[in-house]
Design a protein around this ligand. Structure first.
Ligand code: ZN
Ligand code: ZN
Length: 441
């Protein structure tokens, strides 16, 4: 009987696969009493979004939050970026990063706390603003994690560094922080971790990938020149619109014919602008492209192909060498985000033990980009890990799968995360990961 009982208990334990750490119990006790204040913070951030490089109010809130908890805070570290340092004895240094910026999107979720904010963008135009990428969710999880780790400071040893960066969406924020000397101004991290909400993963779940996680990104501005004239006399011109059309078609062969098919890559022409009216052939056409890749080699190969194709098509159209297209690759670019394999294994293992294997999902590779990659690319090699935080109502995920429909993506005016389980899961995950990395099981 006793033997039967023992194997029954063991079977139950194994089938669940869950062995919750003391850290998790602590989080759950905290969340039971304090979730309403996190919900309030989330709604405030959601209703007060700020565009990239304009995160003044947002960064003040985050800085005050950390200072209130006893962190030493360094402000204005790369635009509105900031770092909070909490020294808690001898032990590893763990860096947790959030982003703070919102997007020029008009919210159409119909939620009672939907954003109605408008702001002036970098080009001087008025635009709606929305946290359509969920950076408000990231900041709320970040605040909850800081509160709990400070409250439980007698249970871990080491240095906690909490970094909030501006301008993730434009790929500038992390670069600006490192240009401002981030890693010289904080203790060198032994690990850097971050999360991003995922619009296809159920709230309550976490997603991961070892190694390659998110793509590298380039934004390319291209000017195609021609020789304009009357639309009725094309033989007296060199038409840059026809030339651009040829280039756009030939760019489609870069990925399909030149890049190794086993290497992920994208060349998208997202904008073409030229001409004013029906009967005038213009002097120039402007193109905007985005490139995606996972290696520097592929990146260089794509950029070289764009130069080669555009130059030779311009020459073939009879243009002189001075009128070959000008290609500007915007600086900074976003390097690919490559998760450290042993760090990922370690954290995923502790996630699986705490939340159950079914709730920790291996995710596909995406071609989106994230400048969190830069945290692992400095001279001092810091192992990094970014993981996905499920953000969507599980009922919506189920119904979309059954009907073969797409859920609103990140950056969509309809993106509406299911906040409570997503925030709670994010805080639980970050605290459990921190305890693991600080060396407390
Ligand atoms: Zn985004
Ligand atoms: Zn984002």
């Amino acid at each position: 009987m006793q033997k039967f009982m023992l194997s029954w208990v063991l079977a139950l334990f194994l089938s669940e696969g869950i062995a919750q750490s003391p850290g998790l119990k602590l989080v759950d006790n905290f969340l039971r009493d304090n979730y309403p204040s996190l919900d309030k913070l989330y709604k405030y951030l959601h209703q007060n979004p700020e565009l990239s490089l304009q995160e003044e109010k947002t960064s003040t809130i985050i800085a005050s939050e950390l200072e209130g908890l006893g962190f030493e805070v360094i402000r204005k570290l790369g635009s509105h970026g900031l770092a909070g340092i909490y020294r808690n004895g001898k032990g590893p240094t763990v860096l947790i990063r959030t982003d703070m910026d919102a997007l020029p999107v008009e919210e159409k979720t119909g939620l009672p706390y939907a954003s109605k904010v408008k702001a002036i963008n970098a080009a001087g135009n008025e635009t709606h603003v929305m946290h359509a990428c969920g950076h408000d969710l990231h900041m709320t999880v970040f605040a909850g994690t800081a509160r709990i780790l400070v409250k439980a400071k007698d249970q871990w040893k080491g240095t906690l560094v909490m970094v909030a960066q501006s301008a993730e969406e434009t790929g500038q924020g992390a670069d600006l922080m490192f240009k401002a000397g981030l890693y010289n101004k904080i203790p060198k991290p032994d690990y850097a971790i971050a999360l991003h909400d995922n619009p296809n993963l159920e709230a309550g779940k976490l997603g991961y990938r070892e190694g390659a996680f998110l793509a590298g990104v380039d934004m390319v501005d291209m000017t195609v020149f021609g020789e304009g004239g009357h639309g009725a006399a094309p033989h007296t011109t060199r038409d840059p619109i026809v030339l651009s059309a040829q280039m756009i078609m030939d760019f489609q062969t870069v990925v399909s014919r030149e890049i190794n098919p086993l290497e992920p890559a994208v060349v998208t022409v997202g904008s073409i602008q030229g001409g004013t009216v029906h009967n005038i052939i213009p002097d120039e056409v402007k193109l905007q492209l985005t490139l995606r890749f996972y290696s520097e080699e592929v990146r260089n190969q794509i950029i070289a192909a764009l130069h080669r194709i555009s130059k030779n098509l311009a020459l073939a159209a009879g243009l002189p060498i001075e009128k070959i297209p000008v290609i500007k690759v915007r600086d900074p670019y976003i390097p690919a985000t490559i998760n450290d394999i042993s760090l990922t294994k370690r954290v995923v293992d502790v996630f699986s033990k705490n939340f159950g294997k079914d709730n920790v999902v291996e995710m596909p590779l995406y071609m989106f980009g994230e400048d969190f990659s830069r945290f692992g690319m400095q001279d001092v090699k810091v192992p990094i890990l970014m993981f996905w935080l499920g953000a969507v109502d599980p009922a919506k995920v189920k119904s979309a799968r059954e009907k073969g429909e797409q859920l609103p993506s990140l950056h969509s005016p309809l993106f509406a995360p299911l906040t409570e389980p997503a925030i709670k899961t994010g805080v639980r995950a970050m605290v459990v990961a921190s305890f693991e990395l600080f060396g407390k099981s």
